[in-house]
Design a binder for this molecule. Structure first.
Ligand SMILES: C[S@@+](CC[C@H](N)C(=O)[O-])C[C@H]1O[C@@H](n2cnc3c(N)ncnc32)[C@H](O)[C@@H]1O
Length: 254
């Protein structure tokens, strides 16, 4: 059985990937849509609550608009808010984002802990990008928001990086499109490399690790084996397909 949360207007809500800062709807409507998604994740037992600071989220958005060089991005304002909110709620000390291109997806996650949108203190937030030129652009973008180095981008293969990461991982964000013919199937390879480092929920105050997979809607077919894996409760506690735009986000509790 596939658990899904779908906004009524998910299919008509469209962005221009070359104009990511253009307003597509009122902030109030955007908050309403994301709030409904967070509530669904709370009901599924993936999020402990749905509260996050709306002003800090907007401060984060302003900093990205002013400081980041973004050649293109498919991260809609709704998705940007959802990623920020999930990180602000889970507050992972360690977050790995795989396939970060220019860093916009990465900072949508990491912005909950660094820069003007910071609402908690993280230990290590790593964006992994296999293309060295893209990794350099992402790192330069991130440095403008976070001079501390808590958030950083490395040029590496996300499968190798995840396999070699020395500690526990609280949140894994997947957005790599693969290379050498691996395509989106690489999501499962990266998760498998990280799986044993991601704690399951303990008790109250220990919500457990979360995995976010972008493109759960527009790449659903290519993500077939990944989605089958995370939706099987033998592997993961709960998983919800959040359909608030044409790309979608599969949100999974390890
Ligand atoms: C489609 S882009 C993600 C863009 C993002 N969705 C956005 O809208 O800004 C996917 C990125 O994954 C990177 N990538 C592909 N295979 C990878 C791997 N094995 N490890 C790390 N990054 C990888 C690609 O170089 C590319 O920059």
């Amino acid at each position: 059985m596939v658990f899904e949360h779908r906004a009524a207007d998910w299919d008509s809500y469209r962005m221009d990937v070359h104009a990511p800062h253009r307003e597509l709807e009122s902030v109030a409507r955007e908050i309403e849509v994301v709030e409904a998604a967070l509530a669904a994740l709370h009901r599924a037992g993936i999020l402990p609550h749905t509260n996050y600071d709306h002003e800090k989220m907007l401060a984060h958005r302003r900093a990205v608009r002013e400081l980041f060089e973004i050649p293109w991005t498919a991260i809609t304002p709704r998705m940007q808010r959802l990623l920020y909110a999930i990180n602000a709620i889970i507050q992972p000390p360690v977050m790995i984002a795989a396939g970060v291109f220019c860093g916009n997806t990465f900072i949508s996650n990491a912005g909950a802990a660094v820069g003007p949108g910071a609402c908690y203190q993280a230990r290590d937030l790593v964006g992994v990008e296999i293309d060295p030129e893209k990794a350099a652009l992402a790192e330069a973008n991130v440095r403008k928001i976070d001079p501390t180095g808590v958030a950083r981008v490395v040029a590496a293969d996300a499968v190798d990086f995840a396999a070699g990461y020395p500690g526990q991982v609280g949140l894994l964000y997947l957005d790599a499109d693969g290379d050498r013919g691996r395509g989106k199937a690489i999501y499962l390879e990266i998760l498998e490399a990280c799986y044993d480092k991601m704690p399951r929920a303990g008790g109250p105050g220990e919500p457990g690790a979360v995995v976010l997979a972008h493109n759960s809607v527009n790449c659903a077919e290519r993500l077939g084996t990944y989605l089958e894996f995370v939706r099987d409760q033998a592997h993961c506690r709960a998983s919800v397909n959040v359909v608030i735009d044409g790309e979608g986000l599969e949100v999974t509790a390890r």
